[in-house]
Design a binder for this molecule. Structure first.
Ligand SMILES: Nc1ncnc2c1ncn2[C@@H]1O[C@H](COP(=O)(O)OP(=O)(O)OP(=O)(O)O)[C@@H](O)[C@H]1O
Ligand SMILES: [Mg+2]
Length: 347
């Protein structure tokens, strides 16, 4: 588990201190895909860099599996970092090295722990480099995982953005980390390539059990792969929770801005008041709008719909106009409740 406790970070500058993070408390459970979403300058990169101490917090503590990172010696820190892979927005590949050698690079530096049994039965731990054959097998497995086995001899300059990010992911996984930190891993990529990289991250989480922290300013990234989310605004976490909950009912203004599309919030209703329906896969699978028409003879106007079907269940938002007649409006709400559809009157 990754735990940040009362963490703050201030950068000195000629014009006075810049507060990048203020009193951050965050728990990232093992096995989760944890999204941290916020606008530019909110403090996201600083936050993720504090997790592996690339950036030293000014205040507060970082715990990795219960060990206080801010207290350990440098040699121990380097060891712990092998357990925390990281990928960056701009790939950060070594241009003079092939794909294969880029992925192998962390294995050249890493020392692995081996236990040697002494004659008296006690065990001695020694740290040594990973053997050549073991490294080769590892790199080949990783290239296969990211779908780049056939590009092992290429140089970064010969690859597309998506392929470069795949190399970066393979490299981040070389030392078999338990955690993977991704700072805007897809923001330089087009929508299709983004989807394929997100799929790959999801697979890494599921297959290898790697806990992933995803930094992003795009809600669709959170929507498509994250289990949990924290919203950061002006150096502070303003809300956090399970993605389904935060997405259904964002509390903070910033979360509403990020999560509920502009169109939903501004759409004009000509008749009665607006109602936002939230589908989170738990509703009865009757289409509500036609159900209302058939069962009650009430026709409602759909002002906006952004719903999708995953495995036969509906997710997303819809905005409808309620009938002006209060009795009918109450009936609509009754019908929604009966069908387990959550709704919200102020959007
Ligand atoms: N090394 C630094 N020195 C001084 N100020 C910094 C430094 N790094 C970040 N900051 C400041 O800290 C604040 C948060 O920056 P950060 O890079 O964490 O934001 P971000 O949320 O990652 O933004 P973006 O989405 O644009 O990447 C900004 O005001 C930034 O200017
Ligand atoms: Mg950033």
């Amino acid at each position: 588990m990754i735990e940040l406790v009362h963490l703050s970070k201030t950068f000195p500058s000629a014009n006075g201190p810049i507060v990048a993070l203020e009193n951050i408390d965050l728990r990232i459970e093992d096995g989760s895909v944890f999204g941290i979403i916020g606008l530019s300058g909110a403090g996201k990169s600083t936050l993720v860099r504090c997790i592996n101490l690339l950036e030293r917090p000014t205040d507060g503590q970082v715990f990795i599996d219960g060990e206080e990172l801010t207290k350990v010696k440098r040699s121990r820190l380097l060891k712990i970092r092998q357990n925390i892979g990281m990928i960056f927005q701009n790939f950060n590949l070594l241009e003079q090295r092939t794909v294969y050698d880029n992925v192998k690079f962390p294995l050249e530096i890493a020392r692995v722990r081996r236990e040697i049994k002494r004659k008296d039965g006690t065990v001695k731990a020694v740290y040594s480099r990973i053997g050549r054959e073991e490294a080769r097998a590892r790199v080949e497995d990783l290239l296969e995982l990211v779908g780049l086995s056939d590009r092992a001899r290429s140089y970064p300059s010969q690859l597309s953005g998506g392929q470069k990010q795949r190399v970066a992911i393979a490299r981040a996984l070389a030392t078999n980390p338990k955690y993977l930190l991704c700072d805007e891993a897809t923001s330089a990529l087009d929508p299709n390539t983004t989807s394929s990289i997100l799929e790959l991250l999801k697979e890494i989480n599921k297959k290898l059990g790697v806990t992933i922290v995803v930094i992003t300013h795009e809600m669709r990234v959170v929507d498509s792969i994250c289990t949990d989310v924290a919203v950061i605004d002006q150096s502070r976490i303003v809300e956090s929770g399970k993605v389904a909950d935060v997405f259904a009912f964002p509390q903070s203004e910033i979360a509403k801005q990020l999560i509920i599309p502009e169109l939903i919030r501004t759409v004009e209703s000509a008749g009665g008041s607006k109602l936002r329906l939230v589908f989170n896969g738990e509703e009865a699978d009757t289409p509500v709008v036609s159900g209302l028409a058939i069962e009650y003879g009430i026709a409602v106007n759909i002002l906006y719909a952004d719903t999708k079907n995953i495995d036969g269940k509906t997710y997303g938002h819809m905005v409808i106009t309620l009938p002006e007649d209060e009795g009918l409006a109450a009936k609509v709400k009754q019908y929604l409740e009966k069908n387990n559809v959550t709704y919200k009157e102020e959007i």
